[in-house]
Design a protein around this ligand. Sequence first.
Ligand code: NAG
Ligand code: NAG
Ligand code: NAG
Ligand code: NAG
Length: 666
Amino acid sequence: MGKLRLEVVVQLLILLAHSQNLLTGEMLQEDDDGQAVLPASSTVHLQRHNQHVVMSNGIVNVTLTAPGGLVTSITYKGSENLLQTQNKEDNRGYWDVVWTKPGGHDIMDKLLGTRYKVIRRNRDHTEISFTTTWTVGSARVPLNVDKRYVMLRDSPGFYSYAVLERLKGWPAFDIQEARIVFKLEENRFQYMAMSDERQRVMPMSVDRYTGQVLDYPEAVLLTRPTNPELKGEVDDKYLYSCDNKNNKVHGWVSNDHVGFWMITPSNEFRTGGPFKQDLTSHVGPTLLSMFISTHYAGEDLALKFQSEEYWKKVFGPVYIYLNSDASSKTNPSILWNDAKQRMQMEEGSWPYNFPLSEDFLKSNQRGAARGQLLVHDWYKNKKALPGASSYVGLAPPGAVGSWQLENRGYQFWTQTDQEGNFLIKNVIPGTYSLFAWVPGTIGDYKHRSDITISPGSIVELRNVVFEAPRKGATLWEIGVPDRTAAEFFIPNPDPKFKIHQYERPIERFRQYGLWTGYTDHYPHTDLVYTVGQSDYEKDWFFAHVTRNLGDRQFQATTWQILFNLTKVTKGANYTLQIALASANQAELQVRVNDQKSLPHFTTRLIGRDNALARHGIHGLYHLYSIDITGSRLINGTNTIFLTQARSQGPFREVMYDYIRLEGPST
Ligand SMILES: *[C@@H]1O[C@H](CO)[C@@H](O)[C@H](O)[C@H]1NC(C)=O
Ligand SMILES: *[C@@H]1O[C@H](CO)[C@@H](O)[C@H](O)[C@H]1NC(C)=O
Ligand SMILES: *[C@@H]1O[C@H](CO)[C@@H](O)[C@H](O)[C@H]1NC(C)=O
Ligand SMILES: *[C@@H]1O[C@H](CO)[C@@H](O)[C@H](O)[C@H]1NC(C)=O
């Protein structure tokens, strides 16, 4: 059949369809290869123009470059393009990775497709694919890429996911970052919401250019902001970070009451587990869903491939959700609340049943594990007790606590109920370690045997008993074991930085510049904490930082813990448990009763989580159990000296989670 005749047939079909439509009021059902395009309200349509393809469902239209797969336009209910039209087409909506060759510099690759393919096209469900295959010698990131976009009937938004693959034998390289990004029309979108507390009118991009760069390029003092009310505030994208476990929905509300939201319905494809922190939305206006990053963790979280490694992983789908409400004229939180509800709905339908890549496993291809977590801390109770509200997860096999640094596979986490019961659902088949940690208890749990999950089955786990790290009775303790430094003293920021007045109070640590507070509070001598007299909420600074001497000179600091002992047993071992919530290019040295001695213990150089500079209250977790023989202790007043010995700059720090001295080991 010639091309002309084919077109005639298509025209006929359209005519037929119209007449049928008129007669019956029914819409024409298109099949997978259907060519007829009918204007019908919320059914899905796909149109190919020269360099672009448009998916629409009567609510949302999405325009992408073909075969590149860049999103160039998103319209909602007949609106103008919601993306930043001043930006070039490759800087509006895109996937990217930041990668490096060994010893090389960062390269951003926007994962441009070289082939465009319609995977399914019908009025209920349209899925399109933009792929590229890496070839030896190519300058691009050595990955095979399949970017997918999905639109469903009646759905006010669209989904996107990507399958990334590298083959064995391809060059070694690292991935620092992988994400999907949208940049919105700034004249419309100025209100940002990423939690019930952190939602506000944001500064404009230009305000960052007219402002004054502070201690690092991301932090800018707004000196001449467009909105004069923001004058004196600091803008920094890290002010809007959160733990992955909470990073489910965030976005923007336009001044004509359209909400544009990034919904990430699962954490399974993110790296580093539920406590890994990452960015959400920030000035741009920019929305991100981060899949791989070194934020709040450091280089350890970068994916480092050796030449021999095969790897394939599905990221997403994420849902780009749009909403509107005339009554949100006065209160953009209405759209935020609606987006939260939608997020719960999306979370409830995970794993989605519609993605057509066979690499995305559906519910019936997945398995589950369940059990009851018990915690045994003999000092608190003879018997093991239920580990209530604990975090339990399956992650690729590794050492105790290795999930924090795990970045190749999938992780599946849940929280136990009050009885310690857990059910980990929707697990991709494979072999995992079972990990857990318990708020109020130091350390990490790992089940003694690896766990194999197969499709459609539930593994019943027995003997899930966490032997809490402990060698002796508690003599004293500082803080609460919860992997953060949030319970300690957090100063006010320098008065030269104006605190943004949110409608609801935000956590105190989310302010720029708190590191300077230490030298202000301890101008002459370092912190001294007296057990039994001091109060850690007031007398324990949240971060063990360097002392600022001025002129870019910084000095190591030594904190002291004073405590009385009676009846010290010379031959016994005492144990100092130190749990760190963060470490950044730091070295913590411990001395006992003699500040001049060689360190009794040192962590050596640890950490690159940069949590202090990024307004975090934790980065990666470390636990040290340090033996102190009784002969080093005295009957009477003892002193433990904690020195953060690396003093090059303001951001060298450790944050303590919790410290405990235990009596003779039993
Ligand atoms: C969206 O797409 C439909 C075709 O499916 C078209 O009729 C409509 O004009 C488009 N709307 C906008 C705002 O581009
Ligand atoms: C230790 O006990 C002595 C005598 O009771 C008391 O004077 C001193 O303040 C105590 N020191 C500490 C660190 O509690
Ligand atoms: C502390 O005093 C007890 C007696 O109360 C004694 O048995 C012990 O040897 C003393 N310990 C040290 C380290 O002096
Ligand atoms: C005390 O700890 C040290 C170092 O960990 C160890 O070598 C020693 O055997 C322990 N002593 C006792 C009595 O447990």
